[in-house]
Design a binder for this molecule. Structure first.
Ligand code: SF4
Length: 567
């Protein structure tokens, strides 16, 4: 995000600043207030003042950027708030019918028995946008300050410790000059800074670079989920119905699969997850998803329905060994930002909530001791290591890494993992992993005799299949147009020369929102991306999958981005 130099900024002092109002950040805020109340109730002689807690959310409102085709394990919310259902926590349906299909191009094979990680008895279909809106309303009534439309642009670090965050300037024009409505960002100084900003968080990335948080870890690997909401003409897909699929349209070297979740009001949440560690440089996850809907079994389900929403989001898939060091002097990292996701179950909400609870317990102890050092905050990691969240993630610790060798190896490893307590087919406890962009093959090499040419592109029919711009419109994506682009390309010369020749410019394919639009250079040497940044879903695919790692996603002006409703 653009930041004007030499500008005087206000400073706000709080006890705790939380970046991101997803389930992890909201759970942390809620639990911290509850713990202070419980402490004061049981320690009449040792009272602590109510804490000042600020929650920053870059979306227009809480929930606007919450995208998840979610089947929620209720373990996290039930621990946070035992009377969650009585209090009106919004659910779309308790899982009733649960199925797993393997798709061939024209056929489906329904599994007679569901693999254990995909069994959903006792779970709930929910909308992440709705549950975070609801939780935001709850914590808003607890004296916690919530700041929607405030994007944190960077961490404030002094003498090697994190002392807060700076929010982005507002009202800068596309050439970097202040407009009449210019508002400088604010420095929010805090004893503890909690990052819960979702996958591939900008501030988490800054801290990972500054403090080498991935030292000794596997790199984090991601998938992107591209999805739509459809309203069906009848009750053919009841709320709480869950179908997961593998196979077509993804090839045997590409991790991923599809999902369909039944919601209230005859809505089905349908999407395709594509591993962002694919080999084929021309893969276009949005296009694969459009093909997915043309499979006879899927098309039959959607027949007569209407697409009413769309979006995309990255998912951290690396598992236990890809979690960074989650604490340091003055900070803790939670939820998707720290990789709290069980890839085998495709579930993370319960783990995100648990991470928020663990961070809140740690924060309370730090406040009582007035010690915010790494030595004190490492308690967050110790609490995680002795929690059920660790047990769950440990049991799937090598799930994703085996898919580097293809779907068959991945499924074999997943099966062996169930027998070996998560070790899988490796001889040691840990399978090594690689950053996803490193697996992408050069275009000449990929399209050899084994893969003679990319699959034929379908023509969008505006009935079952839609182009990217139509989906962006249905995701409610809006940004102020007169601001600097929030995709920073370090070196566009690489795009024109090396990337065109070596990879065929994958950004023209992988972005689900058509942000990277190929335009001829003025001197006719090649093509360079023109950035339609106002289309951006904030899915981070470009930051993750660019083969040269020259693209950096930074938050645009607060309030911009999608406006997900029931996603
Ligand atoms: Fe996702 Fe990047 Fe495209 Fe935005 S520009 S939608 S973050 S791939």
């Amino acid at each position: 995000m653009a930041e004007l130099p030499g500008v005087e900024r206000e400073a706000l002092e709080v006890d705790v600043v939380i970046v991101g109002a997803g389930p992890a950040g909201l759970a942390a805020a809620y639990q911290l207030v509850k713990l202070v109340e419980a402490h004061n109730a049981s320690n009449p002689g040792k009272q602590i003042e109510p804490l000042s807690i600020a929650v920053l959310e870059k979306g227009k409102e809480i929930g606007a950027h919450g995208l998840s085709g979610a089947v929620m394990d209720p373990r996290g919310i039930a621990e946070l708030m035992p009377d969650w259902l009585e209090r009106g926590f919004p659910v779309e349906g308790k899982v009733g019918h649960d199925a797993f299909w393997y798709l061939l191009e024209k056929k489906k094979i329904a599994a007679p028995i569901l693999p254990a990680p995909l069994q959903n008895e006792g779970n709930y279909v929910v909308s992440l946008a709705e549950i975070t809106r609801w939780l935001g309303g709850v914590i808003g009534g607890m004296g916690i300050d919530i700041f929607p439309e405030f994007a944190a642009s960077r961490v404030l670090v002094e003498d090697g410790r994190v002392v807060g965050v700076r929010t982005g300037d507002k009202g800068i024009d596309k050439s970097g000059q202040p407009k009449a409505n210019f508002e400088p960002g604010v420095d929010i100084r805090a004893k503890i800074t909690i990052l819960a900003e979702g996958p591939r968080g900008t501030l988490t990335k800054q801290l990972a670079g500054l403090f080498d948080l991935y030292a000794g870890k596997n790199p984090q690997v991601y998938s992107v989920g591209v999805k739509e909401l459809w309203q069906l003409p009848d009750d053919r897909f009841a709320p709480g119905t869950v179908v997961h699929t593998m196979g077509w349209p993804l090839d045997a070297n590409t991790f991923g699969g599809g999902f369909m979740y039944g919601m209230k009001d005859r809505v089905v949440d349908i999407g395709l997850v594509v591993g962002l560690d694919y080999k084929n440089p021309t893969i276009d996850p949005h296009h694969e998803f459009q093909r997915y809907k043309l499979h006879p079994a899927v098309r039959e389900l959607l027949q007569g329905g209407k697409m009413i929403g769309a979006g995309a989001k990255a998912i951290p898939e690396g598992g236990y060994f890809s979690m960074p060091r989650m604490y340091g002097d003055g900070f803790m990292i939670l939820g998707d930002s720290a990789g709290y996701l069980n890839g085998a179950r495709l579930k993370g909400i319960h783990l995100a909530i648990k991470s928020g609870m663990l961070a809140a317990e740690t924060a309370l102890q730090a406040m009582l001791k007035n010690d915010f050092s790494a030595a004190q905050l490492q308690e967050y990691n110790a609490r995680f290591e002795s929690s059920w969240a660790k047990t769950e993630l440990w049991s799937q610790r090598n799930f994703h890494q085996a898919f580097e060798n293809g779907q068959i190896a991945g499924m074999l490893n997943a099966g062996l993992g169930m027998i070996t307590g998560g070790r899988g087919y490796g001889l040691s406890n840990r399978l090594e992993g690689h950053a996803g962009h490193e697996r992408m093959e050069r275009i000449q090499r990929y399209f050899s005799s084994e893969h003679p040419h990319p699959p034929e592109k379908i023509k969008f029919d505006n009935s079952y299949t839609f182009d990217k711009v139509t989906d962006v419109y249905n995701g409610g994506v809006l940004h102020e147009e007169n601001q600097p682009a929030h995709l920073l390309i370090l070196d566009t010369e690489v795009c024109i020369t090396r990337c065109t020749e070596e990879y065929g410019n994958p950004c023209f394919h992988f972005c689900p929102a058509n942000v990277y639009d190929p335009q001829p250079t003025a001197d006719g040497r090649g093509k360079v991306p023109f950035l339609n940044f106002t289309n951006c879903y904030h899915c981070k695919t470009c930051d993750i999958m660019d083969p040269y790692q020259v693209i950096t996603w930074v938050p645009p002006e607060g309030g911009g981005g999608p406006n997900y409703k029931k996603m």
